[in-house]
Design a protein around this ligand. Structure first.
Ligand SMILES: Nc1nc2c(ncn2[C@@H]2O[C@H](COP(=O)(O)OP(=O)(O)O)[C@@H](O)[C@H]2O)c(=O)[nH]1
Ligand SMILES: [Mg+2]
Length: 296
């Protein structure tokens, strides 16, 4: 048996959360095309006959501005240390620039055992991959450089094989059936936030959060229903209207999408009630950040 901790790092949008979900075979980390979707350190646990790999998804690496972002970046730095292996993801479909340089320098400073994954190969011509591979091969002694598509699954069996190759002998760290360290309550809040991100644009993604007010499982066994009540927090009154949409239709759609996914997660019916609430400057408020678990 082999086991170890494997952390995923890379710029926002490089596909870290998509890859984590692909490894564990279900959604544990939410995904969107908006940067800064992942705010927490989330584990995805892959157990198989060869052993157990515990993947750590992290917020994307970027220069922090808000207190929230500083706390997120601390989580990233932490994930480069005290891990057995680092998977450094780059998006093959965007040109190399200052953002990639910033991540690369973090890797060079921390000097972890790392593989470079060139993701989104489904979006670029094969001949364009070689220069990217060469650039990174000369920049850091990566154990492997592997082109993948986290979305289509291309090359993932090979990748998993190589990961286990580099992990050391060891006992499983989590029970074999466990896929994440996060509670159903936490995942429910995240699924709601994913639907908010999917149905809104522009600045809103950065300024909204989801707080679960009630997660009532008292009738889960008897009636196969769980009651979830949640607040969607925004920073300004004007943003409330964006989430509500005309006649409250957007909020209704967010609720329908989120309820479906939470029902799938819990394996029972869900009664979901959503509310929108304005909390001025919540991103600078440690007590709100604590409640949300940002940076933990
Ligand atoms: N075409 C393509 N899109 C991908 C791939 N991996 C991730 N994406 C998309 O890229 C966006 C960002 O993905 P996400 O996993 O949230 O990136 P993260 O910020 O690094 O966690 C989402 O729209 C994903 O669907 C891939 O291999 N191919
Ligand atoms: Mg992410």
């Amino acid at each position: 048996m082999k086991s170890g901790i494997v952390s995923l790092i890379g710029r926002p949008n490089s596909g870290k959360s998509t890859l984590l979900n692909a490894f564990v075979g279900q959604k544990v980390s939410i995904v969107s095309d908006k940067p800064q979707t992942t705010r927490h350190r989330i584990l995805g646990i892959l157990s198989g006959p060869g052993g157990q790999a515990v993947f750590v998804d992290t917020p994307g690496v970027h220069k922090p501005v808000y207190r929230m972002n500083r706390r997120m970046q601390l989580a990233v730095h932490e994930s480069l240390r005290n891990v057995d292996l680092v998977l450094h993801l780059v998006d093959a479909s965007v040109p190399y620039g200052a953002g990639e340089e910033y991540v690369l320098n973090m890797v060079r400073t921390a000097r972890p055992r790392a593989m470079l994954l060139i993701n989104k190969t489904d979006r670029v011509a094969k001949r364009k991959l070689l220069p990217v591979m060469q650039r990174y091969a000369g920049a850091y002694p990566y154990l492997e450089i592997i082109p993948i598509s986290a979305l289509t699954g291309d090359n993932l069996p090979l990748l998993v094989d190589r990961i286990f190759h580099y992990l050391e002998e060891g006992e499983a760290l989590y029970p074999g059936e466990q896929v994440t360290d996060r509670s159903e309550r936490f995942l429910a809040a995240e699924f709601i936030r994913e639907k908010v991100l999917a149905r809104t644009r522009a600045e809103l993604p950065y300024t909204s959060a989801v707080l679960i007010r009630r997660f009532d499982e008292s009738r889960r066994n008897s009636a196969h229903i769980v009651v979830v009540e949640a607040d969607i927090l925004v920073e300004k009154q004007s943003q409330q209207g964006i989430i509500l949409g005309a006649g409250g239709l957007r909020l209704r759609d967010i609720g329908i999408d989120a309820r479906r996914e939470i029902e799938q997660l819990l394996g029972c019916k869900v009664h979901l009630a959503l509310r929108v609430r304005t909390v001025h400057r919540w991103r600078e408020d440690d007590s709100v950040l604590d409640q949300l678990g940002v940076g933990t």
